[in-house]
Design a protein around this ligand. Structure first.
Ligand code: SF4
Length: 216
């Protein structure tokens, strides 16, 4: 009896997730657009953009992300007819594989490019364009070691300026905006797991939606 109740409950959750999944994906894209707009001034004044061809972050399989931030990517894969094959690839991948969207072009994996830059996740968008507060209440730029070392003078100057006159997007604000869309899909996990989770949701959603259209 208890398990029947449980399964009803998870079915209800599933329906809730599925019914609005496409709208949630559009809402995520809106959050990304807002982040991009807020980051424009910081990026142009700080000069802290990523180094061209660097993929050191993308090559880290443990980079944390949530299923929600990869809904636009999962819908894009679905539209291109590759959602199932990517999911099969992800299911057979081991835990040390880097982001499925990343193509490395160096032996150490640290140089390469994103094959779906338009639909990359929130974590991919926050590096070097956003800040979080430290324990002294000051803003710290969220940045990788590579960029901090390669553009150290720009990094030091931007660190001073974001606490005086240069606006920078707040990472926690943008994570909160994602939470407002659907907090049940914002749990953090290794990036490929987040992408796989998102693909499963989209495939189930489409399966369900097509079933309704065909009157099944
Ligand atoms: S989605 Fe693109 S930018 Fe984000 S980790 Fe993967 S390869 Fe890097």
């Amino acid at each position: 009896m208890e398990s029947y109740a449980k399964s009803l409950c998870s079915f209800a959750n599933y329906l809730d997730i599925s019914v609005n999944l496409e709208e949630k994906s559009l809402a995520v894209l809106k959050v990304f657009k807002e982040l991009e707009e807020e980051a424009r001034q910081f990026t142009s004044e700080s000069g802290l953009g990523c180094i061209s061809g660097c993929g050191a972050c993308c090559a880290n399989p443990q980079i944390p992300a949530s299923p929600l931030e990869f809904l636009p990517l999962a819908f894009d894969f679905y539209k291109k007819g590759i959602a199932e094959s990517i999911l099969i690839l992800l299911d057979s991948d081991d835990e040390n594989s880097n982001c499925i969207v990343y193509r490395a072009n160096s032996i150490d994996n640290k140089s390469g490019y994103c094959t779906n830059y338009l639909n990359r996740g929130m974590i991919c968008r926050l590096f070097a364009v956003s800040a979080r507060k430290n324990k002294y209440g000051l803003k710290d730029i969220i940045i990788c070691k590579t960029l901090k070392e390669a553009k150290n003078a720009a990094f030091q100057e931007a660190t001073n300026r974001i606490n005086t006159d240069l606006p920078i997007p707040s990472a926690s604000k943008f994570y909160m905006l994602l939470d407002e869309i659907d907090s049940s899909l914002t749990q953090q996990m290794p990036i490929n797991k987040a992408i796989a989770f998102s693909l499963e949701l989209v495939l189930r959603y489409k399966f369900y939606e097509e079933g309704i259209e065909e009157g099944v």
